[in-house]
Design a protein around this ligand. Structure first.
Ligand SMILES: [Zn+2]
Length: 216
């Protein structure tokens, strides 16, 4: 009880400070609060002992509550300037990755960060909506890459294995699209290729290694 009261008091003080600070400090403070929330939720039990219906009921109830809160406290319309392509691996948290609220970014998530023409279209559409930076990511310890590298798994999941195998070709295809190539040439669009360290969400430049694997 004391701990809870202290947490609420701390939150109120943090909120008060938050509204007094500059835009950058507000962003930082918001990130700190979001991270504090994650740490609280990390204590939440795993749901492997629940039935599918119980898991859905819980998700539905959470959504009901979140939608109610959002209905009472609407959030401003944002116009993202960054789009990210990220693997669907649940260990990667795009909010932590970007150090910002998720809605500031378009996030495309696929197994193994593979792209089909549909994802290429989505990213190009995002560019026409104002995106100036695209972050193409892959990550360490990727299950989709393991499937593609294992002959037995490749037989079980042939479509995924094929998509991972043609990942580099799709990326080259995307970069060569007239709208994308033109904007890059004019300095209006930056495309960064980054490797995510899965355990920490840390990004490192992977342009050279992606290019090497693509035979560029
Ligand atoms: Zn992955």
């Amino acid at each position: 009880m004391v701990a809870k009261t202290a947490a609420v008091a701390g939150l109120l003080v943090a909120l008060f400070v938050y509204v007094q600070l500059s835009a950058n400090a507000q962003l930082f403070m918001g990130g700190a609060l979001i991270n504090a929330g994650y740490r609280f939720q990390d204590m939440y039990r795993e749901a492997h002992d629940q039935t599918p219906q119980e898991i859905w009921d819980e998700l539905d109830a959470h959504n009901e509550l979140a939608a109610k809160v959002r209905g009472h406290l609407p959030r401003p319309q944002l116009h993202p300037v960054v789009a990210m392509l990220v693997c669907m691996d649940a260990r990667i948290d795009t909010s932590e990755l970007a150090g910002d609220a998720r809605r500031n970014y378009y996030v495309v998530r696929t197994a193994g960060s593979v792209m089909s023409p549909e994802e290429e279209d989505m990213l190009e559409l995002a560019v026409t909506k104002g995106v100036k930076v695209i972050v193409i990511t892959r990550h360490t310890d990727c299950a989709a890459e393991r499937v593609a590298a294992d002959p037995v798994e490749r037989q079980r999941f042939p479509a995924l294995a094929a998509a991972v195998a043609e990942r580099d070709a799709r990326l080259r295809e995307f970069l060569a699209r007239p709208q994308i190539a033109g904007r890059i040439a004019r300095g209006e669009l930056l495309v960064k290729q980054q490797l995510i360290e899965t355990e920490t969400d840390h990004l490192t430049d992977a342009q050279a290694s992606f290019a090497a694997s693509a035979g560029l």
